[in-house]
Design a protein around this ligand. Structure first.
Ligand SMILES: Cc1cc2nc3c(=O)[nH]c(=O)nc-3n(C[C@H](O)[C@H](O)[C@H](O)COP(=O)(O)O)c2cc1C
Length: 184
């Protein structure tokens, strides 16, 4: 671990009351202070257009720089219509452009999905993995975390239930190891 070890957090939901944000906040709260986590704002990114490859779009430059500087990227996302939400796909598409300047190449990436439904947004998580494989990112393979019936895993105050906290611990431990925190 270096003093500058850092994770860029992307939350695939733009809505204020996002359950994925709540799980992301819990996961981040369990990451040691020695690893800095900063959220990548994806809400203001214009929809990707290849014509922009020849232009300087400030918000694009901001996210590319933030992702490039990160030791790893943690994506916590819902599923929209059996795949990742458009806002998340947008940043997935913006970050490897212009061609030859991809910030995803070799990047460590971990994904968690959550949904009130039975399957926990698994198709969204698998599609993130599929895109990251094509982009030559270094995906954290396991544990796979697709939180089903996720609203049941939140207490009335929005905090994560004790049972799900225990379930997420293995993911947090593996993520810290994956990012390269030696605890030194
Ligand atoms: C446009 C749209 C499409 C959705 N499609 C799916 C889906 O394919 N699978 C699923 O499990 N939930 C789906 N949902 C329900 C979401 O899982 C649910 O709204 C969830 O709370 C979204 O996550 P968030 O609270 O973090 O925004 C969809 C919701 C919306 C608004």
């Amino acid at each position: 671990m270096t003093a500058s070890t850092n994770i860029a957090l992307i939350i695939g939901s733009l809505r204020k009351a996002s359950i994925n944000r709540k799980f992301a906040e819990y996961i981040v709260s369990q990451i040691p202070d020695s690893i800095k986590v900063s959220e990548v704002n994806i809400a203001d990114l214009p929809l990707y257009n290849q014509d922009y490859d020849d232009m300087t779009i400030d918000s694009y430059e901001r996210v590319r720089a933030q992702l490039k500087a990160a030791d790893a990227v943690l994506i916590v996302t819902p599923e929209h219509n059996r795949t990742m939400p458009a806002a998340l796909k947008n940043v997935v598409d913006i970050a490897p452009r212009p061609h030859g300047n991809s910030v995803w190449t070799g990047k460590k990436v971990a994904v968690v999905t959550a949904s009130p439904s039975t399957y926990g947004g698994r198709s969204s998580g698998l599609d993130v993995r599929k895109s990251m494989q094509m982009l030559s990112a270094q995906m954290m393979i396991s544990p796979e975390v697709y939180l089903g019936h996720a609203t049941d895993s939140l207490n009335e105050d929005g905090s994560v239930s004790e049972r799900t906290q225990k379930f997420l611990q293995k993911f947090v431990d593996e993520l810290v190891e994956f990012v390269g925190n030696t605890g030194a």
